[in-house]
Design a protein around this ligand. Structure first.
Ligand code: MN
Length: 300
């Protein structure tokens, strides 16, 4: 039988959700640990996707053409290729590898997420991670917002033994700190771990924690649950650090470590719309059908 975890050991791993390959948009495959049959949402998180990696042939197409969202916030993190965002609130952004984009869908927005013209012309690999974070009821009618952050603006840090390095997208790790202008104060860390690395990552109290393996194999939690590429580790409890380890005979490993405080509110969802009640879902679908979420203008 296991002993009671000490604070140093931190949160126990609760289980693994596999990233299920799922078609999305036009010619896109995402790996999606949730929502799935196993977990609809992990409050405050509504969805996690690894888009691709997909190879785009020179002159090829694919992407996610205009579609609506309402009731939550989105963070996209580009790993490879180039991604272009346009939305019905007039925002336009182009992401290069390592760049981060955030969007408050709020009361409703239409956007497109397409490979950049350059990527389509020359061909190449597209890979990104997208996270949806719920908005509490009081914020679901906020006007849409959008912004992006270039890779060079994200702080990085390396452990004293040189075996673990981190890019901080939101939160604090190894003394490096960043934040996203979201309504929910999330932690979003991209760890790169060499064989033998051990990370004890403190997290704010009252947060749900998740670890998604992008490459290699990590042993996660105080019980050292092994997780490989495209597996999401969930953790017990809402306090204490999370431990990530790579065995000395392991491989170079990349893990996204996420945390955030739950809304504790009922979730009603239908595809790209996430509200508190089905009546609110019907309202936003009606608004969308009536053209109330606007249109994307591509001039300028
Ligand atoms: Mn979208």
């Amino acid at each position: 039988m296991s002993q009671t975890a000490t604070p140093r050991q931190g949160r126990r791993a609760a289980g693994i959700l596999p990233g299920v390959a799922t078609p999305e948009g036009e010619g896109i495959i995402v790996h999606r640990p949730f929502p799935s049959y196993a977990a609809r949402e992990i409050d405050p998180f509504l969805l996690l996707d690894r888009l691709g990696p997909i190879d785009i042939a020179p002159g090829g197409g694919g992407g996610v053409p205009p579609h609506p969202h309402a009731g939550f916030e989105v963070v996209s993190y580009l790993l490879q290729g180039g991604l272009e965002h346009r939305d019905s609130a007039g925002h336009h952004g182009r992401l290069a590898p390592g760049d981060v984009q955030w969007m408050t869908a709020g009361a409703g927005i239409i956007h497109s997420e397409m490979p950049t013209d350059d990527l389509r012309l020359r061909g190449g690999t597209l890979e990104a991670v997208q996270l949806w974070i719920n908005l509490p009821a009081r914020d679901k009618q906020l006007p849409p917002r959008y912004g992006d952050i270039v890779a060079a603006a994200l702080p990085t840090a390396t452990s004293p033994d040189g075996l673990a390095s981190v890019r901080v997208i939101a939160g604090e790790a190894l003394g490096a700190r960043a934040s996203l202008p979201l309504r929910t104060p999330i932690t979003y860390l991209h760890w790169t771990l060499s064989p033998g690395a051990v990370v004890h990552q403190p997290l704010p109290e009252g947060t749900v924690a998740l670890a998604y393996v992008l490459a290699g194999e990590a042993h996660a939690g105080s019980d050292a649950l092994p997780a490989t590429r495209d597996q999401l580790v969930t953790f017990e409890g809402d306090r204490g650090p999370v431990t990530l380890r790579v065995p000395a005979d392991g491989a170079r490993t990349e893990v996204l470590l996420l945390a955030g405080p739950p809304t504790g509110e009922p979730v009603a969802r239908s595809g790209p719309f996430v509200m508190n009640t089905m009546a609110e879902i019907r309202q936003v679908i009606e608004k969308y059908r009536a053209g109330g979420l606007g249109v994307i203008r591509t001039t300028g």
